[in-house]
Design a binder for this molecule. Structure first.
Ligand code: NAD
Length: 492
């Protein structure tokens, strides 16, 4: 079996502990490659390489335009290898090849967009209230960034960090999920080919509590950019506080998908299905709470159940498969556990409800698409992120009820609104407490549009122009242009 080492300072480096971890294919439960099990020493070596590269003229001395060109070159290489990278992602995380290929083909646009922004990072000349000074600001990179990513969309979520942080002139140590590190390691080769100086991008693999923990406490690291579960996000936030690192967090959600009686019925059905069963519900923006107006509630759920029970589960590499496995065995157990919790809470299971078997998927970690009706928003299956193909349907009467239920959550990542009433669409887009609101669509993202959470769904934004601010700091420069230091004992 192929064994991957760390990528540090432009070299492939064996783990100091000599340990490797099996990476398993969720479709058959079998190990298919090994990745290095990183240690604290490995983390230190990667941070040292990134720290040296940050100060090295080979990177620090590039003009912003040259940096931008490197990003554009990288984009071309990713485009060339999009199919290969998508195949690796599907083997590692079990999501549909069609979905992963769509992602790897789209990823280059982030590098082009932020590459284009690299030489448009501008400071300002401040029209001071004082005579005799010239005051201007410089927008400078932070230093070494640690990017920690989850298993559900490894390269896309990494790209949302990498493109802006590199455009801003930082260097990085990446710690991908221990379940899905391979595509990130293969991506690392492309940085070399694109001409990035060694040490600008480093990858260490292994467990969060081992190599990850050290990265989060390392004194030479300026910022942690994390995507993952809210429990680990909170832990990392606390740990990073000890050395006052900057932190951005993209965490979980319990996003409401709200269907009004005046919605385009078939479009809403498709939108709700795509919100929860695409990627087997393993997306942070899963529309896992379905709010349906009572007048259409019964009819809507009947159609939804019909579609959910006929969805094709199977090999995620096959083009006609609609639902793949969940990514890990632990996740399988967690999802099945939540299904039992829902039953115990008194929610009514309309379909699914167990591990899926048959049709050649017995060895895979498959869960039947599951829909619970008569869910009360206070139930755990309405409040906690399940991260699997489990939908909790909640009826509502009025627009105000819908808003109240939608906002009754510690999370605030995404929300869907299905209505043909434009006034209602505007009212809801204003009233809902979440980072993204999709009206008559769901799960749409772009490199140009900000993505991030309200409330406990996160801190900071990825994508869009403002994402680059997450990786910059401002220096104010004062030059005396006539002003003199007369009285040294008072502030100027
Ligand atoms: P996770 O929190 O278990 O792991 C994420 C990463 O953090 C992994 O690389 C892991 O090794 C690392 N890690 C864990 N503990 C650590 C520690 N103490 N120090 C340093 N690193 C540590 O998340 P997951 O299960 O891989 O991913 C699923 C979660 O990610 C879900 O909650 C989902 O909602 C969230 N997610 C959020 C977004 C978003 O953009 N908001 C996108 C995708 C996924």
């Amino acid at each position: 079996m192929q064994a991957y080492n760390h990528y540090i300072g432009g070299e492939w480096v064996k783990p100091t502990g000599n340990g490797y971890i099996d990476s398993k294919n969720p479709f058959d439960g079998q190990p298919w490659v090994q990745i290095a099990r990183g240690t604290a020493e490995d983390a230190d070596a990667a941070v040292d390489a990134a720290h040296a590269a940050f100060r090295n003229p080979a990177w620090a001395g590039l003009t912003p335009t040259q940096r931008g060109k490197l990003l554009a070159r990288l984009a071309d290489l990713i485009e060339r290898d999009a199919q290969h990278l998508a195949e690796l992602e599907t083997r590692d995380n079990g999501k549909l090849f069609a979905e992963m290929h769509a992602q790897t083909r789209y990823i280059p646009e982030w590098f082009r967009y932020f590459g284009g922004l690299a030489d448009k990072i501008q400071g300002a000349v401040i029209p001071l209230d004082k005579k005799g000074y010239f005051n201007f600001t410089r927008r400078e990179p932070l230093g070494v960034i640690v990017a920690i990513t989850p298993w559900n969309s490894p390269l896309l979520l990494l790209t949302w960090k990498l493109a802006p942080l590199l455009a801003a002139g930082n260097t990085v140590v990446i710690k991908p999920s221990e379940h899905t590190s391979v595509s990130t390691l293969e991506l690392a080769r492309l940085f070399d080919e694109a001409g990035f100086p060694p040490g600008v991008v480093n990858v260490v693999t292994g467990f969060g509590a081992e190599v990850g923990q050290r990265l989060v406490t390392h004194p030479k690291v300026s910022k942690i950019a994390f995507t993952g579960s809210d429990a680990n996000g909170k832990l990392i936030y606390q740990t990073a506080a000890a050395s006052l690192k900057k932190v951005s967090l993209e965490l979980g959600g319990k996003s409401p998908n709200i269907v009004f009686e005046d919605a385009d019925f078939d479009q809403a059905i498709n939108g709700v299905l795509s919100g929860i069963f695409a990627a087997s519900g393993q997306t942070c923006i899963a529309g896992s709470r379905l709010l349906v107006q009572r007048s259409i509630y019964k009819r809507f759920l009947e159609r939804l159940v019909e579609r959910a029970t006929t969805a094709r589960l199977g090999n995620p590499m096959q083009p006609d498969t609609q639902v793949g496995p969940v990514t890990t065995e632990v996740q399988l157990a967690k999802v099945l556990d939540y299904i039992e919790i829902g039953k115990a809470e008194g929610a009514v299971p309309l379909c699914g409800g167990k591990r899926a078997r048959g049709n050649g998927i017995d060895d895979g970690w498959f869960v039947e698409p599951t829909i619970f009706a008569e869910v009360d928003n206070s139930m755990r299956i309405a409040q906690e992120e399940i991260f699997g193909p489990v939908l909790s349907a909640i009826p509502f009467d009025t627009q105000d009820d819908a808003i109240r239920i939608a906002n009754d959550s510690i999370y605030g990542l995404g929300a869907g609104v299905w209505t043909q009433n434009i006034k209602r669409a505007f009212a809801l887009s204003e009233a809902i407490e979440s980072g993204m609101v999709w009206v008559n669509t769901y799960r749409a993202v772009s490199f140009m549009s900000p993505f991030g959470g309200y409330k406990q769904s996160g801190i900071g934004r990825e994508s869009g122009i403002e994402a680059i601010d997450e990786y910059l700091q401002t220096k104010s420069v004062w030059i005396a242009a006539g002003a003199t230091v007369d009285n040294p004992f008072i502030i100027r």
